[in-house]
Design a protein around this ligand. Structure first.
Ligand code: C5P
Length: 227
């Protein structure tokens, strides 16, 4: 059968990645979590102390972008590619709250976006890919055959994220998580370069209430209509 490109965009913690992974598995497609790439660059900047409470040394980071090597390496135990930063598996570390706090600032830097978008386009050039992010249907693959835009209320998303982080043993409060979700929404939708916006030809799915199975069926229907 024909292979297509599937772009899944939306706000943070809408369950995009869960759906995208499931879809990739079902179709035998490659799954790419572009948020992990922005997170890995953020982790690099944090480790280099280019980010502090009120300051970001953007120039220092931009100068070193060519030294940041990102790679997804398939882990058969989890069934998906895990993020490697300069040869080190950082899959766990990039999900921590500290990275989430700063990632939207790093993702607003045009040079960072330019580098990551080029890598994403390279990864998808053979099609047969499900990519999730914020600008996949608008910037990375404007010609994607299937574009999905996922939404859910900020409270619902914060609740999910809070549960996830707590289960992983991170000491955060629901309030802190909600604040982070709202702040990222704001930064992601208002940044100048590639703001988060629904592509005009994307199908919107509100994931506030839909149980995962119902939602997945709906997406499969959309896929069948797209091929
Ligand atoms: O998807 P995730 O929540 O892990 O993404 C983390 C952050 O990376 C987002 O809040 C956004 O600032 C940035 N991002 C982006 N463009 C993408 C994917 C993620 O700007 N395609």
């Amino acid at each position: 059968t024909k292979k297509i490109t599937i772009a899944i965009d939306g706000f943070s913690s809408t369950g995009k990645s869960t759906v995208a992974k499931q879809l990739a598995k079902e179709l035998g497609y490659v799954y790419v979590d572009t948020g992990a790439m922005y997170r890995a660059v953020t982790l690099y900047a944090l480790r280099k102390n280019y980010i502090s409470e009120n300051n970001l040394d953007r120039d220092a980071l931009v100068k070193e972008l060519s030294l940041i090597k990102l790679k997804f390496i398939f882990n058969p135990e989890v069934g998906f590619g895990e993020m490697y930063l300069n040869g080190e598996n950082v899959e766990k570390e990039i999900r921590q709250m500290e990275v989430s706090e700063y990632v939207s600032k790093i993702a607003a830097i045009p040079e960072v976006r330019e580098m990551l978008v080029a890598q994403q386009q390279q990864m998808g050039k053979e099609k047969g890919i499900v990519m999730d992010g914020r600008d996949i249907g608008t910037v990375v693959f404007p010609d994607a055959e299937l574009k999905i835009f996922m939404t859910a209320s900020a409270e619902e998303r914060a609740q999910r994220r809070f549960k996830e982080l707590s289960e992983r043993g991170e000491e955060v409060t629901y309030k802190e998580v909600l604040r982070n979700v709202q702040e990222r929404d704001h930064l992601d939708t208002t940044r100048e370069d590639s703001p988060l916006v629904k592509a005009s030809d994307a199908k919107e799915i509100d994931n506030s209430h839909l149980a995962l199975t119902g939602q997945f069926e709906k997406i499969l229907e959309l896929y069948n209509a797209a091929i």
